[in-house]
Design a protein around this ligand. Structure first.
Ligand code: ES4
Ligand code: ZN
Length: 325
């Protein structure tokens, strides 16, 4: 039987983790104080009471305003380094961290402040035995012009991040909106991924665009793919990684989507388990493995396969990959 201890100790790669979603109430309060930002709460209990959401829009309405406490390079460093310490304790050996530069540049924080702080934590994580890298996400509810500007701002720092992604509100913001930015990023040698959230209005069409037109290597969430046999076959054949987040799913839907994950395992699609926004969805990556294992009676072999998929679809060097799969 799969225990909490088993899932906590399992060596794993974290591929779906928003660094802004690791902002724990303690650090939020500490940074609010240090930067003289009035967030409207002064105790951890009060902060936790604001964590009320039952769909993506209500979640994002809590999530983005919280970022106001992140102002200086040191703040981004502390956010990332504190997360990486928790990841090391959860036996995360490799992590690819999403960050949302536009959530910061749009409120006057310089791109270089964000990336320099985060990257310094990535470098320092080597001492924790955690292999870390950054993925820059575009906010899909912002314009493609804003994404273009962000990509141009980011390219001088190209050695500090390994790929791009798409996040925030998917409703009426299909992947193709950013086709040119993805094409240019790929030409720069960057890896590509995109959120295709669960149960969206146009889930299958968005997944099709991302896979068949834009050539993404992974889909974040993406489990609605089970509705389309041709796309499932395409994903299996091309070893597309699907990064599912059970606890996050449970917040925006009645289901953790375990049936879909099991079906994808059966179809030999490289699906894996991740934490999305652990400070907001009530658990780290080990807790996410445990939640789905417990709810859907996964075997140890299935859990190990999910972890192996996380290394296999990661963007680490082939030599490092060979250590884990
Ligand atoms: C996110 Cl749960 C979720 N969905 C879309 N974008 C996000 N960014 C951070 N968490
Ligand atoms: Zn996500």
């Amino acid at each position: 039987k799969v225990t909490k201890e088993f899932t906590a100790n399992l060596p794993k790669a974290e591929l779906h983790l928003h660094i802004e979603g690791t902002l724990e109430p303690e650090l939020k309060l500490k940074l609010a104080k240090r930067n003289h930002v009035d967030i409207g709460q002064t105790t951890i209990k009060e902060v936790q009471k604001t964590y009320e959401y039952d769909d993506l829009a209500s979640f994002l309405a809590v999530y983005y305003p919280a970022m106001e406490v992140l102002q200086k390079e040191e703040d981004f460093y502390e956010l990332a380094f504190e997360y990486l310490q928790r990841a090391a304790a959860n036996n995360v050996r490799h992590v690819e961290i999403f960050f949302d530069p536009q959530a910061h540049t749009s409120r006057g924080v310089a791109f270089e402040t964000v990336i320099n702080g985060l990257y310094r934590a990535v470098v320092d994580a080597r001492a924790l035995n955690v292999d870390a890298a950054l993925i820059m996400c575009f906010l899909r509810d912002f314009s493609k012009e804003s994404a273009r500007k962000t990509l141009l701002e980011a390219l001088p720092y190209k050695d500090k991040f390994i790929g791009i992604g798409l996040d925030s509100d998917e409703h009426n913001n299909p992947p193709l909106k950013f086709a040119r930015q993805f094409e240019d990023a790929a030409a720069e040698g960057l890896h590509l991924t995109a959120h295709c959230d669960i149960d969206q209005k146009d889930s299958i069409e968005h997944i099709r665009q991302a896979l068949e037109i834009m050539g993404v290597e992974r889909l974040d969430h993406g489990t609605n793919i089970v509705e389309d046999i041709d796309l499932v076959q395409f994903a299996a054949k091309n070893k597309i990684g699907l990064t599912s987040c059970p606890l996050s799913n449970g917040y925006v839907s009645p289901e953790m989507k375990g049936k879909e994950v099991l079906e994808l395992l059966r179809q030999d699609v490289k699906v894996s388990i991740h934490s999305d926004d652990p400070a907001y969805f009530g658990g780290n990556i080990g807790d996410n493995y445990y939640a789905i294992a417990e709810r859907y009676n996964l075997t140890k072999d299935q859990v190990v396969k999910l972890a192996r998929n996380s290394f296999e679809t990661s963007w680490i060097s082939e030599e490092k990959k060979a250590l884990y799969i």
